[in-house]
Design a protein around this ligand. Sequence first.
Ligand SMILES: NC(=O)c1ccc[n+]([C@@H]2O[C@H](COP(=O)([O-])OP(=O)(O)OC[C@H]3O[C@@H](n4cnc5c(N)ncnc54)[C@H](OP(=O)(O)O)[C@@H]3O)[C@@H](O)[C@H]2O)c1
Length: 258
Amino acid sequence: MSTALVTGGTSGIGAEFARQLAARGDDLILVARDAARLDAMAAELRATGVEVETIAADLSKPRDTQRVAKRLADAAHPVDLLINNAGYGLTTKLVAPDIDEHDDAYAVMVRAVWVLSAAAAPGMRERGHGAIVNVASIAGQLSMGGYSAMKAWVLTYTESLANELHGSGVTVTALMPGWVRTEFHQRASIRSSSIPDALWLDAPYLVRQCLRDVERGKVVSMPSARYKPLSFLLRHLPRATVRAVSRRISLSRSRAAS
Ligand SMILES: NC(=O)c1ccc[n+]([C@@H]2O[C@H](COP(=O)([O-])OP(=O)(O)OC[C@H]3O[C@@H](n4cnc5c(N)ncnc54)[C@H](OP(=O)(O)O)[C@@H]3O)[C@@H](O)[C@H]2O)c1
């Protein structure tokens, strides 16, 4: 019997992780801000026969993140799989004088990933098994503002943590989604009509592939034959070309939104 904690487990990719983990018999701990949605998701999953805890927490608030960390570090109720998934797209430009949106996003997509992994990993190492999944993004290989920078951090951090835990029985995996149909684009006011149909990924497929990669101990999970060559190119093209591609994508988004 395994227990998994999923941040952002009420919608999109996180909800899909929760459903697939429940389907294989894992008990779950779901973390998100909206308590009513947490309750609804917990009821849906309990109906499949697993146990579900919920923690209403805003991961942009260090005190809330600390509550989740405390649960992860509870040796009496071990967590075997941590999925750092909560996150969102950003609308503010880097030159905007008000950095509140970036501050909050940093707390959710960087700081919380670090604090929660640091809370979960020691117990996992002691028990000799466990897994951590950090949801990064192909956007981390582009140069598209604060979101790209934070997702690039997630990838580098994951690879570093995997090195630190190498040989301990604990695996660490960065999931690199491309575009996935979830609430993400609507929440960030991104007009998804500017994204070609061929580039959309299906959340159930993405999560299935990721869980398979976790079983295999892969450090980077890059589901989809469409995105693998794209990611390879982004790693090998001159950075000036990657910056030019990033400018074009950003421009097409702002045109679509205007
Ligand atoms: N969809 C894509 O195309 C795509 C592509 C690449 C990477 N990703 C990454 O995938 C992850 C999941 O995104 P998604 O597409 O599934 O988006 P989503 O459908 O909007 O789900 C986001 C989840 O995160 C939770 N969340 C947001 N802010 C939070 C906060 N401050 N504290 C706690 N929970 C919070 C939300 O619940 P509450 O609102 O109730 O808090 C929700 O459960 C993110 O890290 C995103 O960057 C998405």
